[in-house]
Design a protein around this ligand. Structure first.
Ligand SMILES: CC(C)(COP(=O)(O)OP(=O)(O)OC[C@H]1O[C@@H](n2cnc3c(N)ncnc32)[C@H](O)[C@@H]1OP(=O)(O)O)[C@@H](O)C(=O)NCCC(=O)NCCS
Length: 216
């Protein structure tokens, strides 16, 4: 049983390696699933299960999380958060406004990214960084950089409503932690800081990444 669940009075995360079904959903959440195939249904229900539990821990015991036009979860007034499912592990992170403005989480299984897709995912500078590694380390870092970008996407989208390609952003190691910078220029970019600190946790072959914007 995976257990890194953690709660403070303004922030909560909930993970599970179990799978949950329709019983975990509210009536309106169930209505969103009518066309889902079995795997999508389990991912959606287990994600909502995690998000409900994380929200309950910060003061929302009966929350309903619907889905927006861009597939984003619609959080209850006063809360923000993010959901991810890797097929092996599912998790949600939530926080209270105004302490948190937006949160992104992603979970990936290591080793899925093959060299033929590198140019679509990584900038030339990132490829130089990755080329320093081989074997399991390479599998880890290719997954980590990919996952950082998906976390960032989920965090930035509710604020900018903008689709970004993987190579529109760049992840770098600043000597201490990983950070992300946005290479592309677009109007809504002003809603975001120039660089975003990135966080990760590794559990067996699962990589969990997350980032957030807090209120200054
Ligand atoms: C949206 C996306 C990031 C989801 O990631 P994924 O690895 O496919 O799937 P995950 O299981 O990690 O996450 C799925 C969850 O993301 C959330 N999500 C989907 N679209 C979202 C959006 N626009 N904004 C915020 N969260 C979103 C949902 O909660 C979804 O789960 P649910 O449908 O059960 O609620 C991905 O499919 C995508 O479109 N990526 C392309 C854009 C991108 O990543 N660019 C990188 C550079 S910024």
């Amino acid at each position: 049983m995976f257990n890194t669940n953690f709660t403070s009075n303004i922030f909560s995360q909930y993970f599970t390696d179990e799978v949950f079904g329709l019983n975990e959903l509210t009536a309106n959440e169930k209505k969103l699933t009518t066309s889902f195939a079995a795997k999508r249904l389990h991912d959606f229900s287990t994600g909502r299960y995690c998000a409900h539990r994380a929200l309950a821990a910060i003061g929302y015991p009966h929350a309903e999380i619907l889905t927006g036009a861009d597939n984003q979860p619609v959080w209850p007034e006063g809360a923000v958060g993010s959901i991810s499912h890797s097929g092996k592990l599912t998790g949600a992170i939530v926080g209270l406004r105004p302490h948190f403005l937006s949160i992104g989480i992603d979970i990936e299984t290591t080793g899925k990214i093959k060299p033929d897709v590198w140019r679509l995912i990584y900038t030339p500078t990132e490829q130089d960084f990755l080329n320093k590694f081989t074997g399991e380390e390479l599998a880890f870092y290719t997954t980590l950089l990919f996952s950082f970008k998906e976390s960032f996407y989920k965090m930035q989208h509710p604020l900018t409503h903008t689709f970004l390609e993987f190579t529109d952003v760049e992840v770098f190691f600043n000597g201490n932690i990983f950070e992300l910078t946005i290479l592309k220029d677009f109007d809504a970019k002003k809603a975001l800081p120039q660089t975003v600190p990135l966080h990760y946790h590794q559990h067996n072959n699962q990589v969990i990444t997350f980032c957030y914007l807090g209120n200054k």
